[in-house]
Ligand binder design. Sequence first.
Ligand SMILES: NC(=O)c1ccc[n+]([C@@H]2O[C@H](COP(=O)([O-])OP(=O)(O)OC[C@H]3O[C@@H](n4cnc5c(N)ncnc54)[C@H](O)[C@@H]3O)[C@@H](O)[C@H]2O)c1
Length: 256
Amino acid sequence: MTTTSPVLVTGAASGIGEACARALAEAGRPVVLWDLDRTAVTAAADALAEKYGVATCGQAVDVRRLDDFAHALHTARAAVGPLGGLVHSAGVVDSTPMTQLTPEAWRRVIDVNLTSYGFLVAALADDLRSQPGSAVVGIASINAVVGQGTIPSYTASKGGVLSLTRSLAAELGRDGVRVNSVCPGYIATPMLERVLADERTAAAMSGLSMLGRVGESAEVAAVVRFLLSEEAGFVTGATINVDGGVLANDHTAAMR
Ligand SMILES: NC(=O)c1ccc[n+]([C@@H]2O[C@H](COP(=O)([O-])OP(=O)(O)OC[C@H]3O[C@@H](n4cnc5c(N)ncnc54)[C@H](O)[C@@H]3O)[C@@H](O)[C@H]2O)c1
């Protein structure tokens, strides 16, 4: 049976989130798009409705504002019906080492990347249980697995996404809800735009991949769409790396 229930995508006005909303709409699934900027998220939702002929709903929601979820979801359900999927792609990075990081800056990254993920799944639990084939995907990162001294709040938040995913999968599995995470490697999106504009850095990032290049948002979205589909019906509590082999690569080999 093809899963056709609506999916909520956070961080959907840009990059990987936008690509996920697009891939799902292309497969005929209604999509609810959340992002900070009302104009951008409404335009993205309207463009998908126009191109793919599915119901869409673009909403300006700051995922740090947990108290806003109930009202926004009420409006979303009125537009597209009960939700049978979630992609949590909203994310921020803060390049401040732990020795210089303020508690406020730490909390911002944890709140956007991790805390909202758990409370959003909780807010959606009844919807997810009610829809056959429901599934959730948390967008983590290769930095959930490997450390980096310049982005400690980010690595902690993404490690949290992986472990929270497993706990959510355990809690909701008997209700038929699957929960998985994806670890993108270096993907050409606005988040990496400034970094990739530097030719040496771009070449170094490409060189870490077994494929010798950075990835595209659509390549992450294709895996997310699979995880939300009936094709992945026995996949839960799992992590899939979409990183061109960065995590599998022995990076010392190039020195020998
Ligand atoms: N680009 C990469 O190389 C890469 C690698 C690994 C993981 N990721 C992860 O993928 C996800 C998407 O990143 P991207 O590269 O597409 O970045 P992006 O900056 O293009 O998109 C992130 C989106 O999240 C939105 N957002 C930020 N804070 C928000 C908030 N409080 N409430 C609602 N929306 C908010 C932004 O407005 C933006 O539209 C992030 O979780 C990121 O950590 C990206």
